[in-house]
Ligand binder design. Sequence first.
Ligand code: DX5
Ligand code: ZN
Length: 222
Amino acid sequence: MKKIKIAPSLLSADFARLGEQVREAEAAGADWIHIDVMDGHFVPNLTMGPLVVEALRPITTLPLDVHLMVENPERFVSDFARAGATYLTVHVEATPHLHRVVQQIRELGVRPGVTLNPATPLSLLEEILPAVDLVLVMSVNPGFGGQAYIPASTARISRLRCMLDAIASRAELEVDGGISPQTAPFAVAAGATVLVAGSAVFNPTGSVAGNIAALRQAIANA
Ligand code: DX5
Ligand code: ZN
């Protein structure tokens, strides 16, 4: 079986020591670094932009997995490509031209991903699936870290797993929101290949290394 990837989300990291936290995560065996971009329109929060991606690119050899929670992401994809994003994931709700933006991302030499909010039907992904390298299931409403995993997400991951298998897609199936040692096994058993974890990795109670090890331990037999 393919190794499950762990993608710590910097949203819960110490922003005053961002580079250091990325190095810590890499040293602890993180597979990707997840970067949450929020525009204050698509979601009620503001975070980071291409300058942060550019600053972090030389800090790590890990893939930079950029999650765009922004309205009309086509306006920004070339900036993030230039900054060094490895994956660029856009929300189906954020643009009327999903296929166009996915094409744009691919043409920029970046791996395209798509995602959708918890109440958005998976059927909206059907036509775009063959064109993407990653599909992200939001298991919380986007905008903030530290929220509880929505239990219905597990069935959505399973259904998406079937949709991907039906077209023999090798796209990553990523899950984002409320992932912890308690919930991670559900996501993995349902067919996820990448787990985003923010507050479960960066928190005041454990070390980054200890927290990543706890996630790995939790999914070892899932
Ligand atoms: C939420 C973000 C997530 C967030 C996850 O809108 O997309 O990546 O950082 O945080 P946790 O793992 O704490 O739910
Ligand atoms: Zn995210």
